[in-house]
Design a protein around this ligand. Structure first.
Ligand code: PMP
Length: 361
């Protein structure tokens, strides 16, 4: 292990859960409900299912390395040039491409205390210095983040809404921040949960890249679009930023099926609407439960709710597992008293609620 670069030696591997079927077998359960990875509980869009069946015949061929059709569709959607879109194998890939394009071992990367795990991961893999800024009310403290930026800072990550806290920054707060960040710092605005934000509150963030060439907005097809298993994400940026990212992007980072599925689901408005609606209802179901039980939770704009369950969060997580309900411990995000629960179908949320009532009385 002395051979690994120093940043890599400090990293802990991503904690993936066991496959659901394996866990079910081990615990001898007839049913397991997974509310652990902020996935879409609706199942695959039927339009996507049909399109994928037709796409299978083309699998002996390489995918379109440029993702021409998907990028054209995204460019149209955002009112930008096709040259401003960079596709990723999930938005994680976009985040990694960004870090590898712009950050070197001599740089610092700024993010918030309870930030998404991939930000420190990509930073440390490069050997750059992560700077985690203490949060304010669980969310980003933008003034403190600005104060943490110096001449060595090359990148700042902001997730809006944030995972795992679900906290949200308003358009005015974000805009003021982007305007104050110096030009030698790339601002990565990660909007993985954008579609769950009520329309009136969404920031027109992709419009801002026209005036701010150091701003990159990333989005994913893994959440409201229901394509987590296919791996599809993208960035909207200035043309020069996209050109640089494209130099290190693996040519076939999105495969034929993910390209097709993403293109088709963008137009499945009914599916997206149902995703958002089921999330709104499930969020209400879970927050009402918390209120009845006197449990604190962090008000969330995402498709998950992070609940303060107390000092025995790790134990409760294990007990819930044995009841067949998988949630996500967030101690690794400096939230040792909380558990993050993804919003599922009404009956899945109810399985969590019933298990909690049984365990907690
Ligand atoms: N950003 C944030 C804030 C996330 O929570 C996630 C998913 N957990 C991602 C990015 C990555 O999603 P994907 O790689 O599936 O697009």
């Amino acid at each position: 292990s002395e051979l690994a670069n120093p940043g890599v030696r400090q990293l802990q591997p991503y904690q993936a859960g066991k496959p659901v079927t394996e866990l079910q077998r081990e615990l001898g359960l007839t049913k397991v409900v997974k509310l652990a990875s902020n996935e879409n509980p609706l199942g695959l869009s039927s339009k996507v299912k049909q399109a994928l069946a037709a796409e299978l015949a083309d699998l002996p061929r390489y995918p379109d390395a440029n993702g021409y059709y998907l990028k054209s569709r995204l460019a149209e959607l955002h009112g930008v040039d096709i040259k401003q879109i960079t596709l990723g194998n999930g938005s994680n890939d976009v985040l990694e491409i960004l870090a590898r394009t712009f950050v070197g071992p001599e740089h610092q990367v700024v993010f918030s205390q309870h930030a998404f795990v991939v930000y420190p991961l990509v930073t440390q893999a490069i050997g750059a210095t992560p700077v985690a800024v203490p949060a304010k009310d669980y969310g980003h403290d933008l003034d403190a983040m600005l104060a943490a930026i110096n001449e060595k800072t090359r990148m700042v990550f902001i997730a809006n809404p944030n995972n795992p806290t679900g906290t949200f920054l308003t358009t005015a707060e974000l805009k003021a921040f982007v305007e104050k960040v110096p030009e030698h710092v790339i601002v990565v605005l990660d909007e993985a949960y954008y579609e769950y934000v009520p329309e009136a509150e969404r920031a027109p963030s992709t419009d801002w890249v026209a005036e701010h060439s150091n701003l990159v907005v990333s989005r994913t097809f893994s959440k409201a679009y229901g394509l987590a298993g296919l791996r599809a994400g993208y960035a909207v940026s200035h043309v020069d930023v996209a050109d640089l990212m494209n130099r290190i992007r693996q040519p076939f980072n999105m495969n034929s099926l993910s390209l097709k599925a993403a293109e088709v689901v963008l137009d499945d408005h009914d599916y997206i609407q149902r995703s958002v609606e089921i999330n709104r209802q499930g969020m209400q179901q879970l927050t009402e439960f918390c209120e009845q039980q006197g449990l604190n939770y962090i008000p969330s704009y995402g498709n998950f709710l992070t609940i303060e369950v107390g000092d025995d969060a790790a134990e409760l997580y294990q007990q819930l597992l044995h009841e067949g309900v998988i949630v996500r411990p967030v101690a690794g995000y400096q939230l040792p008293r909380h558990l993050r629960v993804s919003i599922g179908l009404p009956e899945e949320n109810d399985a969590f609620i019933q298990a909690m009532k049984k365990l907690r009385g």
